[in-house]
Design a binder for this molecule. Sequence first.
Ligand SMILES: Nc1nc2c(ncn2[C@@H]2O[C@H](COP(=O)(O)OP(=O)(O)OP(=O)(O)OP(=O)(O)OC[C@H]3O[C@@H](n4cnc5c(=O)[nH]c(N)nc54)[C@H](O)[C@@H]3O)[C@@H](O)[C@H]2O)c(=O)[nH]1
Length: 149
Amino acid sequence: MALRACGFIVFRRLAVVPPPDNIEYLLLQTSYGEHHWTPPKGHVDPGEEDLITALRETKEEAGLGAEQLQVLDGFVQELRYEVRGRPKEVLYWLAELRDPGTAVTLSDEHQDYRWARVEEACTLAQYKDLQDTLRAAHRHLEADLDKQQ
Ligand SMILES: Nc1nc2c(ncn2[C@@H]2O[C@H](COP(=O)(O)OP(=O)(O)OP(=O)(O)OP(=O)(O)OC[C@H]3O[C@@H](n4cnc5c(=O)[nH]c(N)nc54)[C@H](O)[C@@H]3O)[C@@H](O)[C@H]2O)c(=O)[nH]1
């Protein structure tokens, strides 16, 4: 059976910069292994619902709770890759940090974090599938902005 993990592409909008350049994405750098950069996510516990996993892991890994996040409708991306010879599925939803000034608090699993504009986030992310997901999230937010204008 595939490993399964769930998480959020967390973003914030800075008030001082005009849209869409005010959008920044949260990436965390692991304190183990290759020190790769990833959005908050983690393994689904037995019997746990996917969205609950995403919320739990975001709280554990970034200190951001459900009350601080606005989960967006209409965006979810599934990534499939292999980890040490085992297939892994990762689901990402999109969530806005309601107060862009909220502090991120890391756990021992991560050694650094970055709020990054989409292209910088893609450079950090390094995996093609995660880069595609970040760009898809950004297009989704830009399309929302177009609808509002
Ligand atoms: N000491 C040590 N301990 C580890 C290690 N490994 C895990 N632990 C322990 O596990 C706990 C984490 O538990 P959770 O938080 O529940 O799970 P996740 O958040 O799911 O975390 P993972 O790190 O397991 O999973 P990935 O991020 O998926 O990375 C796995 C590999 O996949 C590649 N990869 C990563 N992202 C992408 C992508 O987007 N696209 C593609 N294509 N490939 C990608 C990359 O090559 C990477 O090396 C930690 O506390 C540690 O105790 C390790 O190497 N050394």
